[in-house]
Each structure stands twice: as C-alpha cells, then as structure tokens.
Design a protein around this ligand. Structure first.
Ligand code: HPA
Ligand code: ZN
Length: 343
C-alpha cells in the first residue's frame, strides 16, 4: 500500500468521498458527545440554570482544558436518570451514524450514573444498552462501552468505578479506562483499579501524553499495562518510546481536532499524527468530545486528507488498525472488518 504523492493535491470530490468512508471510532466520552441543544433542553425540563456554560451562539463556553472539565461536569449534572442517559445514547449514536461511523466505543462513567454504586450503575447500563440496541437496529451502528474512572476524583473513587466495571463486564462493557486531569496524581496511583478490571477480563486504556510528556506514556504502559493509550501524542519527541510503542503494538487513540482546539498543537499541520504513523506506531482517529471541540468524524477526515494529502488507502488502513485494536469479540471484529472492506 503506497501513500499518495503529496505534490498531487486531492480534489474536493476526493476529500468529500474520503470523509464519507465507513469508520471505526475508539475514543469518545459519552457525556462529551452531548449536543449543547440536548443539554439545554434537559436543563429547561429540570429547571436548572446552566446559562453560564453556554455562549450566546449556543455552543459550550470554556477557556481551556481545565475549565472544560468543569463545564463538562456542569453539563453532565442535568443527566440524572437512566432514562436521560438512554436519550443521550439515542442522540449520540444517531449523530455518529450520520458521520458514517459503523462501530464506536465510548467512555462511560459510573461516577455520573449513580455515583459509583454498583446496583445503580446496573440500572443506568440497562437503559443505555436498550437504547444502543435500538440504534443498532435503526442505523446499523455498533456501540461498546469502556467504563472510565476520572483521575481527578482520585484512586478511592477509581476503585469503586473498577468494581462497577468488573460487575458488568460482558458483550457490551468490554474495557476499562481513565480520563480526567492528567496533571493530578500518577498513573500508578490507579494500579489497583486497573488490576481489578484486568482480572475481570476487561481490556485497558488510559489517557496519557495529552498534557504530560513522554514519561507519562511510558508509565501508562509500564505501571498500568494498558494496550491502548488515549492521545499519547506527546510521545512524539521520544524515539525510543515510539519504537517501544510500535514493537508492543500499543494503539494510540489520536484525536487531532481535540488537540488543535485545546492548543496541544498550534495547528493540524504541526500535529505529529503523520510522523507517528510513519514511525510504525499504530494510530487511529477519533473526536473525543465532538460538540465541545467543534468537530465531527466527517470534519476530522476532511481536515486530515487536505492537510496531509492522505488518500483513501490511508484512511482504510487507519480503520483497519482501529478495528484490530477494538475492545470487542472476534465475531464482531470480523463482521465490522467485512463491512469496512465491502463499502
Ligand atoms: N480528556 C480527558 N478527560 C475527559 C475528556 C477529555 O477530552 N472529556 C471528558 N473527560
Ligand atoms: Zn478523551
């Protein structure tokens, strides 16, 4: 498979067709996919004043990543009942399917679904799964959930989250991960939670190397034993680490639009995704929290194609990498792979 000659610019039609390819997305935050209008609607129903988290044009309003985490939690506060999360599931899967995503994984937080209580979490999960089944029937999109602890909530709460994950491992909940503020604590502070999840049969990923440097990515691999990394892009300056990631086939869940919007890199031109891929690191493309970062999977593909002059074969390869690294069973992987190849 050869990459395109960068001297031959892709036509608008080629870029459009690339953006419409069937896709596998591995890195989204469930609540972070909520359209602002959806959250505003719930706030109105529940008579909660959330006006301070929206701009006059209706979009989410925040200054930087740390303020984003606060606004995220404020927006999430109106998602109260299992029914609210079921409605969220329907809304986000419709949007993903409209972006030609055929398989998606999302980070789900028991912290927001009953506060880490196992029986409450099971009720939320039940409602979410019903909605996901309907979306599969209506739009052909498959969803798998990665239970996610939140780093700035600390290791004790992460233990409760891991127990929720371990109690609900199955065809739908297939992974365990960690998001939140990478500047708080160390990866190894969460080793108990990750060991608990691994022993229960869950696949592991953690956010690392979005804000901290290469050492954070190394610690994620060595101290938690994860097989995927959320972001990982700040590993790009450490060639020995990149070679280790390539050799161990650790897949990076790269979210280029999120990184540029939050200022991790000044522009997509400066983003290391192409260099990481050329070095042999397994990279995939996701949107993270699409309405917060003003992105969609269509936009990610259009921007990557026009910036790096990547042809269709590169995107097909990225999707193959993604389904190979997906936290699903072999039969699901085969079925998705077949759909990727046939379209
Ligand atoms: N990064 C880290 N933690 C998060 C994010 C994110 O983009 N969204 C929600 N929690
Ligand atoms: Zn993320």
């Amino acid at each position: 498979m050869t990459d395109r000659d960068p001297n031959e610019p892709l036509s608008e039609e080629e870029i459009h067709n690339i953006s419409r390819l069937p896709k596998v997305e591995l890195h989204t935050h469930f609540e972070g996919m909520a359209p602002p209008a959806f959250i505003r609607g719930l706030a109105k129903e529940k008579k909660v004043d959330l006006s301070k988290i929206f701009r006059p044009d209706g979009s989410y309003d925040y200054r930087d990543f740390w303020h984003f985490l606060e606004v995220y939690e404020a927006a999430t506060s109106v998602l109260k009942s299992p029914e609210d999360f079921a409605r969220l599931c329907t809304a986000v899967l419709e949007e993903s399917a409209a972006n030609d995503v055929i398989y998606t994984e999302t980070f789900m937080s028991p912290d927001f679904c009953g506060g880490g209580d196992v029986s409450a979490w099971k009720e939320y999960l039940h409602a979410i799964q019903d909605a996901a089944r309907e979306a599969e029937r209506d739009h052909g999109i498959l969803l798998r959930g990665t239970v996610t602890c939140i780093r700035h909530f600390g290791p004790d709460q992460a233990r409760r989250t891991a127990l929720c994950a371990a109690e609900t491992v199955g065809d739908f909940i297939t992974g365990f991960g960690m998001g939140g503020d990478e500047k708080k604590g160390k990866q190894r502070d969460f080793a108990w939670a990750f060991d608990c999840a691994r022993e229960a049969g869950l696949r592991l990923t953690t956010h690392a190397g979005e804000w901290n440097g290469p050492q954070e990515v190394r610690e994620a691999v060595e101290d938690l034993g994860v097989e995927r990394i959320g972001h990982g892009v700040r590993a790009h300056t450490d060639f020995a680490l990149l070679d280790m990631l390539a050799e161990r086939e650790i897949t990076l869940e790269v979210c280029p639009g999120s990184n540029v919007f939050l200022g991790v890199f000044p522009s997509l031109k400066d983003h290391p995704i192409a260099k990481l891929r050329e070095r042999g690191v397994k990279v995939t493309v996701s949107t993270d929290d699409p309405p917060f970062f003003h992105t969609t999977m269509h936009k990610e593909y259009e921007d990557l194609a026009s910036t790096f002059q990547w042809g269709e074969e590169v995107f097909r390869d990225l999707n193959k990498t993604a389904i190979e690294a997906a936290f699903c069973d072999a039969a699901t992987r085969e079925a998705v792979l077949k759909r990727l190849e046939q379209t």
